[in-house]
Design a protein around this ligand. Structure first.
Ligand code: BES
Ligand code: MN
Ligand code: MN
Length: 453
């Protein structure tokens, strides 16, 4: 048994402690838990043997920083993760409570297990293991762990944009993505960006009897439906003028690599998605729709009467939460303006409609031809015993595009989640063998990068 295998039980217990903290960034009543989670990460980094650990305060949730810079002349990695999580609802669909981690079938179930506490912990334990075994690291590392990734990552963005000398590095390592399949080591080289906001529709200045006024009064819920249908057609194509102007098609090489990925569309449809049919632009292959095309989704609509029974009312207002996912080379500022204009143009008479942005993130696309990504692919291959595949992902991690834009460094996205980990959903889990192999793969990665070139 190697050092890492000997310490698995300890890693699991540590992770459980982390997972018990309900650090939900979007709900303000959890502010104290956010701070507890930040303190937990800082304490772990300090006990792991890192130096100058601290909470960086600013507008928003604290960033956790720590470093080990004892390998002059060797590369420096910026190791990124997030300690905040999504809300756990609907609660009654969890088999075990979201903040009481439970191991079943070699998986640990809890909110944040895969996204992203488990994966952040992988980075911490890899570095700790090397420091405890050798008293030093083969390269230099700087940890930067944020607490508002799930709500747009504004604090870290301001911090990285100010380009502090202390986060200067040769590459960023992000452990917050998924493997393509259960035993398939994977590097993610592209993420979608996003614009998230609320669509407010106002009709009459008060609620109205739907019989007395139906036929004359504007209905903001109907107007909402009309506006939404004007933004995206039944063919999955976004109808916002100019939206596709900057969209870069994937290279032929990438398309071919995606077509070679081991994949069963039937199983994806029935088991992973659990729907009777897949949707989207009919002439665009699935991975391209997910990874290289923009989309628009509605997350919730509020308005009118939703209680038990029937109430005949024409409500005065309606609100929808919507988001678009962006791909290279779209940018959030321009997309926001395009959405605003399209909403105005689609607004029927008798109501007003306004798009109010909440947060946004740029898309990111990484060139994989550099030693930092190649070494990561090699490390994962050695630990998982299979060739590493390169994919993109449809999700967003706001800071990734900004590491490139502000620091000019590539992001190495080594992810250890699985497609059925239920991110953002009930029964989120992390496959424990991936947790343990992830720790070994990251340690191996640091060792490879420390070898003389
Ligand atoms: N870790 C995810 C993003 C992700 C998931 C990347 C799966 C690759 C594969 C991240 O925590 C996330 O959920 N991001 C949000 C970003 C948003 C709230 C700004 C997202 O994608 O919805
Ligand atoms: Mn995440
Ligand atoms: Mn997430």
């Amino acid at each position: 048994m190697n050092y890492f295998e000997q310490h698995q039980q300890e890693y699991l217990e540590g992770l459980k402690t982390f997972l018990r903290i309900p650090s939900i960034s979007t709900l303000s009543e959890h502010k104290p838990d956010i701070r507890r989670a930040a303190e937990f990460v800082r304490g772990e980094l300090e006990r792991a043997g890192l130096q100058n650990s601290e909470l960086i305060e600013g507008d928003g949730n604290p960033l956790v920083y720590a470093e080990w810079l004892g390998a002059p002349g060797k590369p420096t990695l910026l190791l990124y993760g997030h300690y905040d999580v999504q809300p756990p609802d609907p609660l009654d669909e969890w088999v075990s409570p979201p903040f009481e981690p439970e191991v079943r079938n070699n998986n640990i179930y809890a909110r944040g297990s895969a996204d992203d506490k488990g994966q952040t912990y992988i980075l911490v334990k890899a570095v700790e293991g090397l420091l405890k075994q050798h008293g030093k690291l083969p390269i230099n590392v700087k940890f930067l762990v944020e607490g508002e990734e799930e709500v747009g990552g504004e604090h870290i963005e301001a911090y990285v944009a100010s380009k502090p000398e202390r986060i200067k590095a040769d590459a960023a390592v992000i452990c917050d993505t998924e493997m393509f399949g259960p035993e398939l080591p994977t590097i993610c080289v592209g993420l979608r960006g996003m614009v998230y906001g609320e669509l407010h529709v106002q009709g009459a200045n008060h609620d109205l009897h739907s019989g007395v006024y139906g036929g004359a009064a504007p209905n903001p819920l109907m107007a909402m439906a009309e506006i939404l249908c004007a933004l995206k057609g039944p063919d999955g194509r976004i109808r916002i003028p100019g939206f596709y102007d900057r969209v870069q098609p994937p290279s032929e090489k990438e398309r071919q690599a995606w077509a070679r990925l081991p994949f069963d569309e039937q199983e994806y449809k029935e088991k992973e998605v659990g729907a009777s049919d897949l949707v989207g632009e009919p002439d665009v292959p699935l991975f391209e729709r997910l990874w290289a095309r923009p989309t628009l989704e509605v997350h919730g609509i509020r308005g009118g009467f939703i209680g038990e029974g029937a109430k005949t009312v024409i409500p005065a207002r309606a609100v929808a939460k919507i988001s678009t996912r962006l791909v290279a080379d779209q940018n959030p500022a321009e997309a926001t303006e395009q959405i605003r204009a399209a909403v105005k143009a689609a607004c029927p008479k008798g109501v007003t409609a306004e798009f109010k942005p909440i947060h946004s993130a740029p898309p990111s696309l990484v060139n994989p031809n550099n030693r930092y990504i190649e070494a990561a692919a090699e490390a994962m291959k050695q630990v998982f015993g299979k060739e590493t595949v390169y994919i993109r992902s449809g999700g967003s991690i706001p800071i990734v595009g900004l590491f490139d834009a502000h620091l000019g460094i590539p992001s190495v996205m080594m992810g250890f989640g699985l497609p059925d980990d239920n991110l953002h959903a009930p029964n989120e889990k992390l496959h424990l063998p991936n947790f343990y192999r992830g720790i070994e793969a990251v340690a191996k990665y640091l060792e490879i990068l420390g070898e003389p070139v």
